[in-house]
Write a protein that binds this ligand. Structure first.
Ligand code: SF4
Length: 543
């Protein structure tokens, strides 16, 4: 981008007088290594950024602006962080004038968050863009909400209304969340804490007025059972927005059997020396596990489940995401293995969009799969929808939500479209502005939440991804008693997770620290190095 200065353009012949002066906005961390943290915030506003070799971030801008982030020592172990915006003096371009500045003192451990927050506030004023989640960029905003609830509850010991108000204020004023997101994240954080508390040993007696409801149970002093993830990276076709490693199950049929055998073996070897913990939930995800042919699907479930030492009332979830992979034979297998939760994911109830995003099924397939599952006795069905799909407006989303609540599944997860590298949407080129706040989409998501609440669903888990349209989130809603333990546990960083299959992650929790090991994403590497992966898991969990 450039600006015409002192130029005279009368016609083509006189263009030699044309002078373009490039204006830039430069962001710099002074005296500390904060470029990566600052780039995370800057990319919200300007898209993917190229960092200069001197560590500065520079983007084209309508005037020359410099933003400096400075950290100095405060009292004790505290740090003083200041972010200042300067603009070039109009008369003397060697002089810079401070136009906007924020200073705040924080604990040593909080410098990163505070530097990011300050930059968010300054850039938001500079660009006049406000994101629904304000300065929060992390995957789990409920963790920040818990910290704010705890901070407020410690000060306001008596009254629930007082701590709620204080936490809400901090989220909206300090972190710059919209009021709707602040209310959503507090409600969801409390729901997550209640579910975690019900999992913990010794199981606390959780009531509506217990400490848990005041946000005081953080899980760090509790012991939790494990949850297990088993992944199958095959789908019947590839969705346009997919960045996952999913392969086409039809075109790679020769890989299905070796893959299933490898996962069964991985589970067997992992638990073969005896296992001391309890397993509260197992999630079969993918990809789409139900894209396996029925006989192989049964072998897969039998092989994996026979080696997992499950708690008697363990929650078993099957992600049968693509409705076109569901038939009576596979549902019978799932039911016979005592799966409680079944996920059938329409994503939208609009055929035109389904064709555009390459889902390879129609709305009719969703309706048939849902009715069949109900008729066969499934009483805990989740359905996923996506807000912000290409070509869809607010009315289309609300129409889909209305159709889903008429079906009345026990839970509904509302995602927002994330456009990621590796998906065909990004290969087609997506301008960064698509991630800027779109009031119509933000409003449609709020209205969808209201509709779900009006039909008896409440939010119980929430996470964010990079590059979601309008910086929005993914929220799980459930009717009373149907929240997924696995979803909350897996997101919590309080509960250990054992992952099986290519690309899966295992996570051990020690105190407040989570340590992870990752299985290789590449199928042939995964299959050929099973022993190595099992060894890493054993070391991680002391098995
Ligand atoms: S169903 Fe999920 S994993 Fe499979 S292609 Fe679509 S987005 Fe990717």
């Amino acid at each position: 981008m450039g600006l015409v200065k002192d130029g005279v353009v009368l016609d083509g012949k006189l263009r030699r007088f044309f002078v373009v002066v490039h204006m830039t906005l430069t962001i710099e961390a002074i005296g500390y290594d904060g470029a990566a943290a600052l780039a995370e915030i800057a990319s919200l506003f300007f898209g993917s950024l190229r960092q200069r070799t001197d560590g500065r971030i520079q983007v084209p801008h309508e005037e020359n602006v410099r933003i400096e982030s400075l950290i100095c020592e405060g009292e004790g172990s505290r740090l003083i962080i200041t972010t200042t915006k300067f603009t070039e003096d109009a008369l003397d371009d060697t002089r810079w004038i401070a136009r906007d500045s924020i200073t705040y003192e924080v604990a040593n451990s909080e410098w990163r968050r505070e530097a990011k927050r300050q930059l968010y506030v300054i850039l938001s004023r500079e660009t006049r863009l406000s994101f629904p989640w304000g300065a929060l960029t992390g995957v789990r905003p409920t963790q920040i909400a818990c910290q704010e609830i705890e901070r407020a509850a410690q000060r306001e010991s008596d009254s629930q209304r007082a701590w709620y108000g204080e936490a809400f204020d901090r989220l909206t004023r300090y972190w710059q969340l919209s009021e709707q997101k602040a209310a959503l994240v507090i409600e969801t954080a409390l729901a997550e804490q209640r579910i975690l508390a019900s999992l913990a040993y010794p199981r606390p007696n959780v009531t509506a007025t217990s400490e848990c409801n005041r946000g005081l149970i953080q899980g760090t002093d509790n012991i939790y059972p494990f949850v297990v993830y088993v992944g199958l990276p095959f789908c019947p076709s590839r969705c346009a927005y997919c960045s996952f490693i999913a392969r086409d199950a039809g075109r790679h049929a020769e890989l299905l059997e070796p893959y299933v055998e490898a996962v069964v073996r991985e589970v067997e070897m992992t638990f073969s020396r005896g296992f001391k913990g309890d397993i509260a939930a197992v999630y079969f995800g993918g990809g789409t596990p139900t894209s396996l042919p029925a006989p192989l699907f049964e072998r897969y479930l039998d092989g994996v489940l026979k080696s997992i030492p499950l708690e008697a009332d363990a929650e078993l979830t099957m992600e049968a995401g693509r409705p076109d992979t569901i038939d009576q034979e596979k549902l019978e297998i799932i039911r016979d293995k005592k799966f409680r939760r079944l996920c059938i994911n329409p994503q939208t109830m609009r055929d035109e969009t389904l064709r555009a995003i390459g889902r390879g099924h129609a709305v009719e397939d969703t309706l048939k799969a849902y009715k069949l599952a109900r008729a066969m006795g499934f009483r805990d069905i989740n359905m996923d929808l996506i807000a912000g799909l290409p070509g869809e407006g607010a009315d289309d989303l609300l129409e889909s939500i209305n159709e889903i609540v008429r079906l009345a599944p026990e839970s509904v997860t509302l995602h927002t479209l994330a456009v990621k590298r590796g998906s065909s949407l990004i290969e087609d080129g997506v301008p960064h502005a698509v991630f800027h706040p779109d009031e119509a989409l933000i409003d449609a998501v709020e209205q969808s939440h209201d509709l779900l609440r009006a039909h008896g669903y409440a939010p119980y888990y929430l996470y964010r991804q990079r590059n979601c349209r309008s910086g929005l989130e993914n929220t799980g809603f459930a009717r009373d008693g149907y929240a997924s333990v696995y979803n909350v546990a897996m997101m919590s960083d309080a509960v250990p997770v054992i992952g099986f299959g290519s690309g899966s992650t295992s996570k051990a929790i020690r105190g407040r620290q989570a340590s992870r090991v990752h299985n290789p994403k590449d199928l042939s590497v995964y299959i050929s190095r099973l022993e190595e992966q099992v060894g890493k898991k054993r070391a991680l969990f002391n098995l």
